[in-house]
Write a protein that binds this ligand. Structure first.
Ligand code: PMV
Length: 338
């Protein structure tokens, strides 16, 4: 039995603009998906998923998501979850050169689904790592990231950026610019996440930004301005001592940039009433800054606050279903047990 876990992520800066070649800085956060893999004697794949906000389901199938039995959860959610697991299994079989390998897979995740926290990437990264290890063919972490990206790319019809999978595999803060991905130094930032219980439609939101950008020069300028904010943020992180607690000055400056980034995303039409309500609740509670994270439309915001005030304020905010502290996860994918 092999157990691996991988973290979710928040965008400190740069979502949407990253689609047009601007840099982005996602950060892995201490909310993990854990995947347990046990090889089987036949080529079947049996998946048990708990805590996926899916009420829990168990599915047995013969290596593809065709022919799966009826389960008592919304079909689209099962299809989505199974698609990712299929793709991860295919990557693991390919990497280990074991096309007929079967597995019992259990997925547990503390990352809200489809809410901008990279839940699917974490499951795919942990799944590929656990399955290849279970087959006796562990991969270097960068290859886990690459294969997880290919799996997401396939499931999402080419709509995946490398940000989620690279960040989940490597951990810490990363910078992504086109196909270039690298880990960057960052101090342990005091992230607080607010979740409105919903999710945005990433494809539609990305298409909306593209359309605005094509129609208005100032929308294109807004995308470039997000790139400028991100570059400024990268400079601040590069100048900070990564091993130290972040200074209040650094948090002040990063927070100001996060606020600016949220305003620009809002101008591009990807915020929502609940996201704005949570952002304002965080700011009024004294957070250094707050912004939506991920595609927007609904889902999560991220704020910086070293105290409990933002988490508490969010828990009393209408439209916020859950709030939690989620500090930088310095470790990416890791083995929890073998
Ligand atoms: O909501 P998420 O975590 O899938 O992030 C989407 C980020 C976008 O920049 C909007 C799209 C992308 O693929 O980079």
């Amino acid at each position: 039995m092999t157990v691996c876990s991988a973290p979710g992520k928040v965008y400190l800066f740069g979502e949407h603009a990253v689609v047009y070649g601007e840099p982005a800085v996602p950060c892995a956060v201490e909310r993990r998906a854990t995947v347990t893999v046990e090889p089987r004697d036949d080529d079947h794949v049996r998946v048990t998923a708990e805590d996926l906000s899916l009420d829990g389901f168990t599915v047995e199938y013969d290596g593809s998501s065709e022919g799966r039995p009826d389960v008592d959860v919304e079909r689209s959610l099962v299809d989505a979850a199974m698609g990712y697991i299929d793709a991860a299994v295919a990557q693991a079989r390919d990497a280990a050169d074991a096309p007929g390998a079967g597995f019992d897979i259990t997925v547990e995740s503390a990352i809200p689904l489809g809410a901008g926290l990279g839940s699917s990437a974490a499951v795919v990264v942990a799944g590929i790592d656990a399955a290849t290890r279970a087959l006796g063919e562990p991969l270097p972490t960068r290859e886990v990231a690459e294969r997880a990206y290919r799996a997401e790319f396939e499931v999402q019809d080419g709509q995946a950026s490398r940000a989620d999978t690279f960040c989940s595999a490597m951990g810490g803060a990363v910078r992504v610019e086109g196909d270039d991905c690298e880990r960057i130094d960052a101090p342990n930032l005091p992230f607080v996440v607010g979740f409105d219980g919903g999710a945005g439609d990433t494809g539609a939101l990305v298409a909306g930004v593209r359309e605005l950008k094509e129609r208005h020069g100032f929308a294109a300028d807004t995308v470039e301005a997000i790139g400028d904010v991100t570059r400024e943020g990268e400079r601040l992180l590069a100048d900070a001592a990564p091993e130290k607690r972040p200074s209040p000055d650094l948090l002040d400056e990063l927070g100001e940039l996060m606020d600016f980034n949220h305003g620009l995303l809002s101008a591009l039409g990807v915020s929502s009433r609940s996201l704005d309500a949570m952002v304002w609740a965080a700011r009024e509670a004294g957070a250094y800054g707050a912004k939506l994270t991920g595609a927007g439309g609904g889902g999560c915001i991220v704020a910086l606050d070293s105290t409990d005030r933002t988490e508490t304020a969010l828990s009393f905010t209408q439209g916020c279903e859950e709030s939690f502290r989620a500090e930088l996860a310095t470790e990416g994918v890791r083995v929890e047990g073998e």
